[in-house]
Write a protein that binds this ligand. Structure first.
Ligand SMILES: Nc1nc(=O)c2c([nH]1)NC[C@@H]1CN(c3ccc(C(=O)N[C@@H](CCC(=O)O)C(=O)O)cc3)C=[N+]21
Ligand SMILES: [Mg+2]
Length: 293
């Protein structure tokens, strides 16, 4: 029995279409549009690619995009000055500082300097703090974890009362994904690099979110038959048959997992496109709050 493939590209397109329609209505009603500012420090090729796709996605949704590219050797003060300018700009409703930043820059300080009402990445301590507390609502939830939840919900996979295992405990994906699942009444376990028996724990899960950054770590033998697998990983694997010399694979060994799981996301075309769609949705929601009812 082969798993049903969760088409992240199609679901992301549906989200983007919804955002575009709401932006069109907002323009008609208020004469104003949402704005997203993306700050890129340094010359990482992958970051440049992601930032380009974010700007293109904004354009297609009718969201105005602003951007500042700073050199690799920019000082923390320069980055903070850019953030302060976007904080003060009423045309900007979302600020995203592309991660990772160069080593000499204190990420925590920069992320904490973003106005939490424009924190579309959801990484500001106030938003993370509220996410982690019952009865509190963050203004923004991190895009990739929110994208994982949307994939489950829009596929009709139940979360409440289910056992969920998150593989990986990063601040950007694993930990917020676990918090989101818990807020939807799943029973959640995080396994990580110091967990002695991750396979055994994964085999209990109705839902597995793999975000450990280890190529093809989660195998079919780790899975309970029929479970849902959301693969957040993006790794380049050598493949001489491709003209680039590599292909993208996830943190899940796709072929063996697809034989056991009930649902699975592919890489590429799974979580990645959702991350960008949710960024647009978060920016729209920031603008809706800024413009008032
Ligand atoms: N402040 C910040 N916020 C982020 O949200 C953030 C970040 N920094 N730094 C880097 C990661 C990575 N990320 C991705 C976005 C889109 C795809 C994506 O669209 N992937 C496609 C294409 C993959 C490809 O061809 O390279 C796919 O999976 O199908 C992937 C990864 C956002 N990130
Ligand atoms: Mg650093």
């Amino acid at each position: 029995m082969a798993a049903e493939i969760i088409d992240g590209k199609a679901i992301a397109q549906a989200v983007r279409d919804e955002v575009r329609d709401k932006v069109t209505a907002m323009r008609a009603k208020t004469g104003k549009a949402p704005g997203l500012a993306v700050v890129l420090v340094g010359e990482r090729k992958d970051s440049q690619t992601y930032v380009r796709s974010k700007k293109k996605a904004c354009e297609e949704a009718g969201i105005e995009s602003f951007g500042t590219d700073l050199p690799e050797d920019a000082t923390e003060e320069e980055v903070l000055a850019v953030v302060a300018a976007y904080n003060a700009d009423p045309n900007v409703h979302g600020i995203l500082v592309q991660l990772p930043m160069p080593k000499h820059i204190n990420e925590e300080r920069v992320l904490g300097a973003i106005d939490y009402e424009k924190d579309v990445d959801g990484f500001h301590p106030l938003n993370i703090g509220r996410l982690s507390q019952r009865g509190r609502e963050p203004l923004f939830v991190p895009c990739t974890p929110r994208g994982c939840i949307e994939l489950l919900e829009r596929t009709g996979i139940p979360i409440a009362g289910k056992e969920a295992v998150v593989v990986g405990r990063s601040n950007v994906v694993g930990t917020p994904a676990a918090l989101l699942l818990q807020r939807r009444d799943a029973t959640v376990t995080i396994v990580h690099s110091r967990t002695p028996n991750p396979e055994e724990i994964c085999r209990r899960a109705d839902i597995v979110i793999a975000a450990c950054g280890q190529m093809e770590m989660v195998k079919g033998s780790w899975l309970k038959p029929g479970c849902a697998v959301i693969d957040v990983g993006i790794n380049a694997k050598d493949d001489p048959s491709k003209k680039r010399g590599y292909r993208l694979v996830g943190d899940v060994e796709y072929d063996s997992a697809a034989e056991v799981a009930g649902h699975i996301t592919p890489v590429p075309g799974g979580v990645g496109p959702m991350t960008i769609a949710i960024l647009l949705q978060n920016t729209l929601e920031g603008a809706e709050r800024a413009f008032g009812p």
